[in-house]
Design a protein around this ligand. Structure first.
Ligand SMILES: [Zn+2]
Ligand SMILES: [Zn+2]
Length: 124
């Protein structure tokens, strides 16, 4: 260890030019405020584009309505079958091509089954 690295901030900050080519404004790191903001906006736009419109909207009103209605008729967890269902999950995950708003692709789950399922899906 030569004292470099972890937070040896002696009050001297190296200023670097903004990462945006041709800008040249000196900043502590990254980009100047103007370009940082521009970057953020661009990232936000591409993020929106990556998401299917239906998914973004589906998890809003339509999904809320459907899952609530589903829970009203399926009040027991469909996995363990004896605990109270608290949320609606997709049998086939959306990211695997499952239909988000298709009642046939829904299942009511209790918390513990949902947590377990989530875990299994992440490990997979
Ligand atoms: Zn800049
Ligand atoms: Zn359960």
């Amino acid at each position: 260890m030569d004292g470099e690295g972890t937070g040896t901030d002696a009050g001297i900050r190296t200023m670097r030019p903004c990462l945006e080519p041709g800008c040249g404004m000196l900043v502590e790191r990254g980009r100047c405020p103007e370009h940082a903001q521009e970057r953020q906006r661009a990232a936000h736009r591409s993020y929106d584009r990556r998401r299917p419109k239906t998914a973004a909207r589906g998890y809003g009103g339509a999904w809320q309505k459907l899952s609530r209605a589903y829970l009203q008729t399926h009040w027991l967890c469909e996995d363990c079958g004896h605990r109270k269902a608290v949320l609606v999950d997709h049998v086939k995950p959306i990211k695997e091509g499952g239909a988000m708003l298709d009642p046939w692709n829904l299942q009511a789950l209790c918390w513990s089954c949902h947590e377990r399922k989530k875990h299994v899906e992440r490990v997979k």
